[in-house]
Ligand binder design. Structure first.
Ligand code: HEM
Ligand code: HEM
Ligand SMILES: [Fe+2]
Length: 458
């Protein structure tokens, strides 16, 4: 580690991993509720478990992004972080707000929570991913503003690099688009329209900048390839992300009551959205093939390559599968969507955060470059267990989705929703099994941090 203040990232990463565990546990609870409808009823209803699963996911990814920035920005800027103290204070504020919100989801009836937190003054609650009480949302804005101030000031006093700039742009726009979560029009069409300005423009727009910047940073470090080469790739990737992703938002406007031209615009532009993701795959493999040195942190290299592949499969391939309007007409809101949502979130954003953790954690824990060989072997096992089981979760849900579309929609005698769900039970059991293996992989991942021993050499 070059600068002492980079180590605040450690706190953020530990919180991220803890919330990751919570997220997976609630995923498994829901997976069981899919096949045993009254499991944990009435203590943890499905809708509550779902809210906890998705909200902890988003929050731990935000912890991961912030931790990554606190590590990356000082190193790129070649200066200490502007205020490590502010970073620590904001960490506790964010963790407190996240913990209190999850506890409230679990302990208080949602409508009671809405009333108790003054939702009627500024109604923002009740929408998927944006269920947080308005005060929590305000808390998030405060934390993110403080964070942006802190890394912004660090950048201003130090060296300006492309990676820093792209990361900063991504993070600022992340904050800007989150502001649309405060806009909650009565009109449901408008509501849905702008809801996607948060959700779609995050994952298929500005988060891609964060993803690209973090990937570029790790690739420079582990391959020693010239910065100029890496920067050129980064520019092309983010240009393609914007060119395709902004108008690609139209793939969510097909059937919500928005004008019909969105079916054409959305289909055309979103069909090109896999391009930037494919470029990221090429980017990662190209840089590793052209490496100037063999970095001893093999686990980090594996995570970086894995991100390139899995982001393309989950977002690019599984996204393309249902993105054209005539296809989406049948697949909208089915298990196909869930299959894609899982692999895309895992492949792109979960994996890039773990890539950063994998590269930086050994350094923050006082090692010269990497963990012991034994620790890395265990980490690489966890990589394969989590990644392969996520592939299976995706395949089982895709199979369920195809049968669902067939029986429930693409049929002369369509069957009712729940009648169809009964017939999908076998796929849901297999998804649950794959989920348990995913959890096992996560446990191994955490265990790998506790394996000591001599540092590995290249
Ligand atoms: C890493 C990037 C991505 C992530 C994390 C992601 C995640 C998701 C999630 C979670 C949903 C479900 C939203 C809901 O609750 O309704 C969704 C929907 C969708 N995604 Fe993605 N996505 C990504 C990239 C893409 C790409 C590149 C495409 C197209 C090529 C795509 C096409 C779609 C479509 C068409 C839907 C709507 C499905 C429906 O109508 O039910 N996604 N995505
Ligand atoms: C890193 C791993 C995971 C990620 C990134 C993830 C992400 C997500 C996302 C984005 C959604 C919302 C999907 C949508 O609206 O289309 C979701 C829902 C869900 N997840 Fe996960 N998840 C993960 C692991 C798991 C595991 C291991 C299980 C259980 C075996 C699981 C079970 C579920 C269930 C049952 C839902 C609700 C689907 C529905 O509403 O019908 N997830 N997850
Ligand atoms: Fe989208």
């Amino acid at each position: 580690m070059k600068y002492q203040s980079q180590s605040v990232a450690k706190l953020y990463f530990i919180a991220a991993i803890a919330l990751f565990v919570a997220q997976i546990l609630f995923g498994l609870i829901m997976g069981l509720q899919y096949v045993m409808g009254d499991f944990l009823f009435p203590e943890i209803p499905f809708n509550v478990a779902r809210m906890v699963h998705t909200n902890t996911l988003i929050v731990w990814l935000l912890f991961g992004f912030m931790g990554s920035a606190y590590y990356l920005v000082p190193e790129e800027s070649e200066t200490e972080l502007y205020s490590p103290k502010l970073a620590v204070i904001l960490f506790w504020v964010f963790l407190g707000a996240a913990g209190a919100t999850v506890a409230a989801y679990l302990l208080v009836n949602y409508s009671t929570l809405a009333a108790a937190t003054g939702n009627e003054l500024l109604p923002t609650m009740g929408r998927e991913f944006l269920e947080q009480p308005t005060i929590t949302k305000i808390g998030i804005v405060v934390v993110v503003l403080g964070f942006l101030f802190n890394i912004g000031m660090t950048m201003l006093k130090g060296r300006k690099t492309t990676i820093n700039l792209v990361l900063m742009l991504g993070l600022v726009l992340l904050a800007v688009f989150f502001l649309f979560s405060f806009y909650n029009p009565e009109n449901l069409v408008l509501d849905k329209f702008f809801w996607w300005w948060v959700v779609h423009l995050w994952v298929e727009g500005v988060w891609e900048l964060i993803l690209g910047a973090l990937l570029a940073f790790v690739l420079i470090k582990v391959t020693g390839v010239d910065r100029e080469v890496i920067e050129k790739w980064l520019y092309m990737i983010i240009a393609m992300a914007f060119i395709t992703g902004i108008l690609g938002t139209g793939h969510h406007f097909y059937f919500i009551g928005a004008p019909e031209y969105w079916q054409t615009i959305g289909s055309i532009f979103s069909a090109m959205e896999p391009i930037p993701f494919f470029m990221m795959t090429l980017f990662a493999f190209n840089m590793v093939n052209r490496r100037r040195r063999d970095h001893p942190n093999k686990a980090a290299v594996l995570w970086a390559l894995g991100t390139g592949v899995m982001a393309f499969l989950g977002a690019g391939v599984w996204g393309f599968l249902h993105t054209l309007a005539p296809v989406n007409f049948y697949t909208h809101g089915t298990q196909i969507t869930a299959a894609h949502g899982h692999m895309a979130f895992y492949g792109a954003y979960v994996m890039i955060v773990i890539t950063m953790i994998s590269y930086t954690m050994p350094l923050m824990r006082g090692r010269a470059a990497c963990n012991s060989a034994a620790s890395q072997v265990m980490e690489m096992w966890s990589f394969w267990l989590m990644t392969v089981s996520m592939v299976f979760i995706t395949l089982f849900l895709t199979a369920a989705g195809i049968v669902q579309v067939w029986l429930q929609r693409y049929n002369d005698a369509p069957q009712a929703f729940m009648v169809v769900q009964e017939q999908l039970a076998i796929f849901y059991w297999m998804r649950e099994l794959a989920g348990v293996i995913f959890l096992l992989g996560l446990v191994l991942y955490i265990a790998s941090f506790f394996i000591k021993g001599e540092e590995a050499t290249a």
